[in-house]
Design a protein around this ligand. Structure first.
Ligand code: 5GP
Length: 116
């Protein structure tokens, strides 16, 4: 059984976060340490530690993460200029919180995809 992270507490509203969207499958909230003018995390409500743990049954939640990202980008007015969605996996991917989350980043030109 995977260990819960702080994100489960945010989803259950046990600790504060700036929640922008929540439904039966996903929750979206502002990143506590934004790397861009718009930096939102979109997470499945159930604990899936990494992309390696995704099962076919998780596809509705993962699909919802994408549609919610697009909706929030539109609401933030960054859809036409553009934005970036990132899911980090494990050490080489730079994952720090082991509850899958999609970063929605935008509000300025984000530069090259990877620092080299
Ligand atoms: P990762 O490196 O795992 O892809 O990203 C984890 C993200 O979670 C980081 O951008 C970090 O700032 C954010 N984060 C970590 N703890 C908290 C928290 O307690 N609240 C919020 N809103 N974001 C958090």
């Amino acid at each position: 059984m995977a260990e819960e992270t702080i994100f489960s507490k945010i989803i259950r509203r046990e600790i504060p976060a700036e929640i922008l969207y929540q439904d039966d499958l996903v929750t979206a909230f502002k990143d506590i340490s934004p790397r861009a003018p718009q930096h939102v995390l979109i997470v499945p409500n159930i604990l899936i530690p990494t992309l390696n743990d995704v099962k076919a049954a998780d596809e509705p939640a993962l699909g919802r993460m994408v549609t919610v990202a697009a909706k929030l980008a539109k609401e933030a007015g960054i859809d036409e200029d553009g934005y970036r969605l990132i899911i980090n996996c494990n050490q080489h991917g730079g994952q720090e919180v082991f509850h899958i989350h999609m970063h929605l980043l935008g509000g300025k030109p984000l530069g090259p995809m990877l620092a080299v």
